[in-house]
Structures are given as C-alpha cells and as structure tokens.
Design a protein around this ligand. Sequence first.
Ligand code: RNT
Ligand code: ZN
Length: 422
Amino acid sequence: MSNKMNIIEEHYRIAKEKYAALGVDTEAVLKKLDSIPISIHCWQGDDVKGFENPEGELTGGIQATGNYPGAAKSPEQLRSDLEKAFSLIPGAKRLNLHAIYLETNGEKVERDEIEPKHFENWVRWAKAQQIGLDFNPTIFSHPKADDGLTLSHPDEEIRNFWIEHVKRSRKISEYFGKELGTPSIMNVWIPDGFKDVPADKLGPRQRLKDSLDKALEEKIDRKYHIDAVESKVFGIGAESYTVGSHEFYAGYAIANDLALCLDAGHFHPTEVISDKISSVSLFVKDILLHVSRPVRWDSDHVVILDDELMAIAKEIIGNGLTDRVHIGLDFFDASINRIAAWVIGTRNMFKALTIALLQPTETLKNAEVEFDFTTRLAMLEELKSYPWQAVWDYYCYTKDVPVGMEWLKEVKKYEKTVLLNR
Ligand code: RNT
Ligand code: ZN
C-alpha cells in the first residue's frame, strides 16, 4: 500500500508541476472539485420500478432494457446499493428521488395522496449520509397516463389528478429542503405526445400551460425548493409530437422564473446540451442537467467520458456556472451491474469536471480575444494529453475511495455476497 501511495503521490507531484507551468493550481482545483455535488438518480438501482407496486411496468415512452440479476426490490436494498456505490465515488453527492420510491408500510397510497411522511426514511438516511435530496413527481407508469397524455389530457379529471400529484410532490420537495438545509430541485417531466400526426398541436400545449400554472401556483421559498421543467423531442410511442417541447419549456421557465432542465438525450441527434448551457444561463437563474447518453435515440446509456461529457463540464466550469447549473444524472441500464453503472457514470462526470477545472481557461480566452486562434487550437490539443489522470487518482486517494479499476473488485464482491442472493 505504501509503495502504491508513493506512486500516486509522485505522479501527482509531477502533474502538479506541469499544470503549474500553465498557471493552473492543482490544489485549488481539488478544493473546487469538492464543492460541486452530483445528484445521483435512485432509479438506476431498480430499472425505474419504484416501490408503489412491485409489478409496476415502466411506461411513458422510456425503457430500461436488460435483465442483469440483482436489481433492488425494496427501499432497504436500494439504500444499501446506493451506500455501496457512494463508497466508491469521491466528491459531493446528492440523491435524486422519484415519487414512486415512497414507503407506505404496505398501504395503497395514490399519487394524488402522497405526503412527506412517506419519505421520512429517505430523509433520515440522507441525514446519515450527509447529502441533499432532489425530487420528481412520477407522471408515467400509471393507468391515468395510459392514454399517453397527463397534464395535457383533454379530460379535466385526469389533468386534476396529475395537478394534485405535482402539488403534493412540491410539498415533499420543500420538506426535503427544510430538513436537509439545501434546496431540493423538483423536476417535472411528462411523457405527453402523439404517435402520429396531430390534428391539434396548440390545444394540448394550452392545457399543459394551464395545468402547470395551477400545479405551481403556491409560492415556495427557493431556499427549500426549486421547480424545474424538462423538455423532450420525442418518446417511444410519441414520435410525431411532444407537448412539452424545448420551446414550450424554455418559454415557460423564463416566463415563470423556473429552472430549465436539459437532458442530454432529449434533442435531435446532432444537437448537444453543452452548446445550450451558455445561452440558457442568460435567461434562467438555475439550470438542471440530466446528464445521460443517447445512442441513436434517448436510450439512457451509462455516461462515458466522451467529448460531449467533457464539453458539458467545460461549459459549467469555464463560464463560472457551478452555483447555477445543477448536475443530475439520468441513465438506466439493466444489462450490467447496476452499482457499476452508477459508479462508472458518476466517476466519469467527476473526471470530466476535473479535466475542465485543469484547463487554463483565462489563457485560452485571452488568446481568443486577441484572435490568436493558433494558440487556442495548439493549446487545446496539447491539453488532451496532459496528466489529468494523476490529479484524479490523487483525488480518489485522498478521499479514501478506490483508485483506478480497484473499485470493480468491490462491486464484484458485493455482487457475489449480496446481489446474487436476492
Ligand atoms: C424521460 C426523462 C426523465 C426520466 C426520469 C426517470 O425521458 O428523461 O427525466 O428519465 O424522470
Ligand atoms: Zn431526464
């Protein structure tokens, strides 16, 4: 161990010198990294099933494919899996919950009846973990969403049901914020759309606007709760039209001073959210990211360290937006070990942030304003092979989490002793 420790420290020392020559202080980078939380989504642990109904089927144009053994089947299992994942990830974490992860002691509680008490165990656990919580109303996987329309449904009764669900979800989110001393971001995503060419594109959008106006009417202190809305370009079974499009929600968020959620899988395949962050930041106070990975469609693959992930991190860091851009993850892969999925995706997000923090942003910006595009390109290319990995390893090491592939051994052990016995 001590030999290994020396190697990690030695590599870090060399990297520190190399970055210092560029004017980058790696110690400051590590400190800054500590202050950027990632909201880890609970739903990777059980393929977005929740605890409302054990037979619950995932609907709403999203899908978790695969049948890898060991999915969490109870809140206790899910929390234990999360603890395992957290122990393998350095840095600040939050947990993002959905309404279907409620605990009711076997009692049937409808979505329009949920209350803070159904999330007391989560709050107790979050306190023990010293993390904040975020929240989402679950407006899919439900008989009242089976028509493919919810808040924009032509039937007022159905709209009212979902409006009440959102209202109650906001109270739960506020409760999280009050209990944990950090605002809970509550994100509204609905699956509403049509498979085929609509006759009326305006009507459903008018109804959605009206439903949101009602659902979000009550003022809640931003200290405890922040509302976010998430757009989408299409879903399975809603290929021709999505009620909550990007323009709809960008407009709605700006008009109502809400946070706008940008999901990496929710735009046309050549569009990237990294390019949207700076623009949106000029018009909304808070941006929520659903960092995901679309493969040909909104497939919600585990986040890898690709160009787009690094670009997202660079936009947040380079523009000084860490206080206003809230990083959440949103992927659900049931074809691999689910704890590994969390660890890989979250560590990659932290790696991308490390790389972005190690970039001499001011030098690059100065070259640019002087129209020295040669220096800009030369430097950006050179930086790609700079020893960011030594800084990352050192970060993991100082946070007492496994360095490099060592974490996988822990996951395999847990799989053998816990997951395969479920
Ligand atoms: C669906 C949206 C939404 C969900 C989660 C479970 O396309 O991305 O954010 O993935 O709320
Ligand atoms: Zn999303």
